[in-house]
Design a binder for this molecule. Structure first.
Ligand SMILES: Nc1ncnc2c1ncn2[C@@H]1O[C@H](COP(=O)(O)OP(=O)(O)O)[C@@H](O)[C@H]1O
Ligand SMILES: [Mg+2]
Length: 295
């Protein structure tokens, strides 16, 4: 299925993801060129969700590899089920079966534990492979990834070489806590995912929380945009915006008011200094602006 850029954005929206033009273009190029896509940006801007939405659009399976410090090839690719292997050996003890046969048996498919990367290259229909927060893994793992992403094949000493029959769509995300290698960047298409602008954030709220009033969604988006311009320890991500919108809806709010904002700021801001900065006069002034602008 080859879609043009606008069609991709429309399909994503139908799948609950509101993309801007840069991202829609990147996803389109990813289809055209069959290359992995690296998404970089702050926490909570919607990077992980891109892969989930892409899987929904293509009705493909989503396979996720969550990266972390110390992640190694075994945990990412495959492991042997030692316990089962031991049981199998025990069961054969005293049967006179020769050691080579036993070894061949216990290093077969039956005892293989497929981990995300092997799963992704062995699926008959191409899945979406999400390699999430790749900046958390170490450089050695990154080098291994690069190799895998170059030819989509791995060799398992006991079983031989496995090559992807269908190349998966690959999305990598990074929160930028560590510089990724140039080699990995070169292998991928790249998009920086920024906080959405006000209009897009309002659309995101409506897409995710359909029961909310359009006017309230617009107010929330405008308020969040204003709050993000403050000098904060941690600017709220889209996740926090959505939590806030859900909280306001649960409280039966029809529009923002200074007290209401003050009381619910802890849903949006997660540092005491940030709450202190916005609560009170600042929040009230923003609400005044909303009223003056008629949003
Ligand atoms: N453009 C968007 N359209 C719809 N939902 C979004 C969008 N961006 C973010 N979200 C929602 O915001 C939350 C945080 O997004 P997530 O992908 O987890 O962020 P990240 O991976 O960048 O930290 C999720 O609940 C996601 O569904
Ligand atoms: Mg994420």
């Amino acid at each position: 299925m080859t879609l043009d850029r606008d069609a991709i954005a429309d399909r994503l929206a139908a799948a609950g993801y509101i993309a801007d033009r840069d991202l829609a273009t990147a996803l389109w190029l990813m289809e055209m060129l069959g290359r992995p896509l690296l998404l970089e940006g702050e926490a909570g801007v919607g990077k992980t969700e891109v892969a989930k939405a892409l899987a929904r659009v293509h009705e493909a399976e989503l396979i996720r590899l969550q990266c972390y410090e110390g992640l190694d090839q075994n945990a990412a690719l495959y492991e042997w089920n030692y316990q089962r292997q031991l049981l199998a050996i025990k069961a054969r003890e005293g049967t006179g079966e020769n050691a080579d046969d036993i070894e061949e048996h216990i290093f077969s498919e039956k005892y293989l534990l497929e981990r995300p990367l092997l799963a992704a290259i062995r699926r008959p229909t191409p899945p979406v492979l999400l390699i999430d927060e790749v900046d958390r893994a170490d450089e050695e793992f990154e080098a291994f990834l690069l190799e895998l992403l170059s030819d989509f094949q791995v060799s398992i000493p006991e079983l031989g070489t496995v090559k992807a029959t269908a190349v998966p769509r690959v999305v990598l995300t990074s929160n930028g806590t560590r510089e990724l290698s140039d080699a990995l960047r070169r292998r991928c298409l790249y998009t920086y995912v920024d906080f959405p602008d006000e209009a897009r954030e309002a659309r995101i709220i409506l897409a995710r929380i359909p029961r909310i009033d359009t006017a309230l969604a617009a107010q929330i988006a405008r308020m969040v945009a204003a709050i993000r311009r403050e000098d904060l320890a941690k600017a709220p991500g889209v996740a926090e915006t959505l939590d806030w919108a859900a909280a306001l809806l649960a409280l039966g709010a029809r529009e923002l008011a200074p007290d209401l904002v003050d009381e619910t700021l802890g849903v949006l801001l997660k540092y005491e200094e940030d709450v202190r900065r916005v609560r009170g006069a600042t929040a009230a002034a923003y609400v005044d602006d909303l009223v003056a602008a008629g949003t």
